[in-house]
Design a protein around this ligand. Sequence first.
Ligand code: AMP
Length: 378
Amino acid sequence: MLILVVNSGSSSLKYQVRDTDTHEILTKGLIDRIGESEVPDHRAALLRLSEEVGQALQGKKIEAVGHRVVHGGERFSQPVLVDNEITRAIERLSPLAPLHNPASAMGIRAVAERYPGIPQVAVFDTAFHRTLPPRAWRYAIPTPLYRRYGIRRYGFHGTSCGYVSELAADFLGIPLEEFDAVVAHLGNGASVTALQGGRSIDTSMGFTPLAGLVMGTRSGDIDPSILVFLAREGYSADDIDSLLNRESGLLALSGNTDMREITSAAEAGDQQAELALEISAYRLAKYIGGYHVAVGGARAIIFTAGIGENDAAFRARVVALLGALDVRIDEAANSVRSNEVRRISTADSAIEVLVVPTDEEEAIAEATAETVLAAGRE
Ligand code: AMP
């Protein structure tokens, strides 16, 4: 099937047209600065997208549209065929993802207007983590806060996590239902997930994608009292939001968000850059150790996304901290550059360490095609 994959951000829209039979990308693009004069809103962005796609496809027809939707709340545990009620449900979840869910709902409506009658599927970042047991998703705060506001752990990066875990299980020849592993998705946003029997049983991101690991500009876990302290010092909610989401993480520690630059600075003797790498690796190693326990002994540790796939030095730094688990890296295998699934641990390592390239668009295209075909059979 020919699938248009749409990823609507707060001020940008990324798209790809994928053929799910050949796995080919027919065209892709980015429309940014939505909200400025040339592209006032997501509807205008969608019109521009349809022009660009129309020209690139030269008469070939898109058969379905798959949308990446950040928040599916407690309702959505798998991709769904979109109708008006589903679109409204995505909108109602906006308080949980104020920048992303409204953009997705607008994108869905604009597609319906531009391509009337085309099947649309919503693929949720949170859906893969709907299998979390209460012990992992409940916060130890009063129940009314959960009931009234939905304050609980949701987890994100689920589409990527599901995709790489299938590839990894396949690579190792382990049936997915028996696959226990730890997945480290390390991109601009970063998270770790504990997989038991191929399902997510714990994950480092929480109520929002701010929790857990040190990220490009996000703090990850901090003592919540710091927020209270700052509020008493006169910081507003917006100040704190911006501080923790956009001015923290690697940027705050090293003055930079790009791992390549941080690594070369550290190699050149920049102590702040070195400390930023140490903190990031240490935090991740602690999560891996914890999740190894949570899943009852992981068979594999999986590195994926921009940093996980490309940054051999960071992978080596993390694995070096896992000596207590008898995990050992094969330096030669680790330094090989490739777009394939590969093993980077030694033959005597107690846990396999894999690098698995992720492809969220491919996963969304496949989920969209499957959902549309299944609905057609009903
Ligand atoms: P993603 O969000 O998956 O696109 O990942 C983006 C992150 O990957 C950025 O922090 C980049 O610094 C990092 N990244 C991409 N390529 C490399 C590379 N060759 N070495 C180190 N980090 C990289």
